[in-house]
Design a protein around this ligand. Structure first.
Ligand code: PAZ
Length: 372
């Protein structure tokens, strides 16, 4: 429920595009027009995109970290899942003052990553910088601040015995009613660190995201069928290509600003066909109009040829999702009691179901000698 606490935006600034909002003084916003910068309608191919855009500086270092991580877990016989999480930004200027963002706080991705770790998967957690993270998500952002659970010099369990000079307190104590949950989370957090089963990598812009996903997929492809992709990030559908972007801060002197944006390349296609054939790929589809969701989910499956689309609606995404394959649709739904009283997280049902299907996928690929 933290979404609304991230980047609150006045209603009159809400853009009708891609669920995105504008962060800045922009007063008008026009839907994309064709032709695109390449002169043709529709998105540029991934190939053209990567040839005409610059990779983030951190890419070589991140690729090395992924390589080391994947090698370790292959050797130790663990499956790997790449979880993408949080929203991408779309800068309006090269020296970025303003950018378009979206609502995602990364709740789905961070929560799911925990359940994958619990089930023995090694997790590459590719997330928007400063979005929610596995384990720390329970105590971060505007709600559930960990400071609210602690007191100095009161009865409770010691979690930190280091004196802090700004306080007279010798230790900090967790208030008794919060101890059990915090102990459990702390234990999982520390065990994960010790086992080295979580690799966190961040992105900010849609460009960072695309380059990092491609590099990761090309490395992870050596895991063959033992890799899963869980693409929960809210990735922008539109962007301003490098050659059309203003270098400096856009000036307001000229009055209205209208933007023309290109479509982001559809990278699920090369992901499935070229970068990581044989992996088990799950993508998410978010809609606000219930009538569109089944059609759009099936369309994505047909277009990209991956294994599952998880359809969800913005307002009900925490209690209802549909697992769509070409053969069938399976709903995962929390009852009101499970959601509001027991506080069950829907990801605790989604992840085991996907793992069950991933296992079937591995077995079927082994039997037939090929996947798909
Ligand atoms: O980050 P969050 O938990 O608030 O939201 C999750 C979500 C709705 C972004 C995710 O479930 C999803 O649907 N991702 C894909 C969005 C899309 O590009 O259609």
């Amino acid at each position: 429920m933290q979404d609304e606490l991230v980047h609150p935006v006045p209603k009159n600034r809400m853009a009708a595009l891609d669920g995105a909002h504008l962060n800045g003084d922009i007063t008008a916003f026009s839907a994309p027009t064709t032709p695109t910068s390449t002169g043709s309608p529709g998105p540029v191919s991934a190939e053209v995109y990567f040839a005409t855009h610059v990779a983030p500086k951190s890419l070589p270092e991140n690729a090395e970290r992924i390589r080391t991580f994947v090698d370790k877990h292959m050797k130790e016989g663990r499956r790997v899942v790449l979880v993408t999480s949080g929203g991408t930004t779309v800068p309006l200027e090269t020296l970025t003052v303003r950018f378009i963002d979206n609502f995602s706080a990364g709740t789905r991705g961070a929560t799911s990553a925990e359940y994958f770790l619990e089930q023995g998967y090694a997790v590459i957690f590719m997330h928007r910088q400063f979005s929610l993270q596995p384990y720390t998500r329970h105590y971060s952002h505007a709600r559930n601040c960990f400071l609210d659970f602690m007191e100095a010099d009161e009865q409770g369990i010691h979690v930190c015995l280091i004196p802090i000079f700004t306080s007279n307190a010798k230790s900090f104590l967790v208030m008794p009613s919060y101890v059990e949950k915090m102990r459990t989370i702390l234990h999982k957090y520390k065990s994960t660190q010790k086992a080295g089963t979580l690799l966190s990598l961040d992105f900010v812009t849609v460009n960072d995201y695309l380059f990092l996903l491609r590099a990761a997929a090309q490395i992870i492809s050596k895991m063959d069928v033992h890799a899963m992709y869980y693409l929960a990030a809210a990735v922008s559908d539109f962007f301003i290509p490098r050659d059309k972007m203003s270098e400096h801060k856009i000036q307001s002197g000229d009055g209205l600003l209208s933007l023309t944006m290109d479509q982001v390349p559809k990278i699920l296609k090369p992901l499935v066909n070229d970068w990581t054939p044989n992996a088990f790929i799950v993508s998410f589809k978010l809609e606000t109009d219930e009538a569109l969701l089944p059609m759009k989910s099936r369309q994505a499956l047909k277009r990209y040829g991956h294994q599952i689309v998880i359809g969800n609606i913005l307002t009900t995404r925490k209690r209802l999702v549909s697992l769509v394959t070409l053969e069938d649709v399976a709903e995962i739904r929390l009852t009101q009691n499970e959601d509001e009283v027991q506080h069950i997280e829907i990801e605790s049902r989604i992840v085991p179901e996907l793992i069950r299907r991933h296992t079937q996928w591995i077995e079927a690929c082994g039997t037939r000698g090929e996947c798909g």
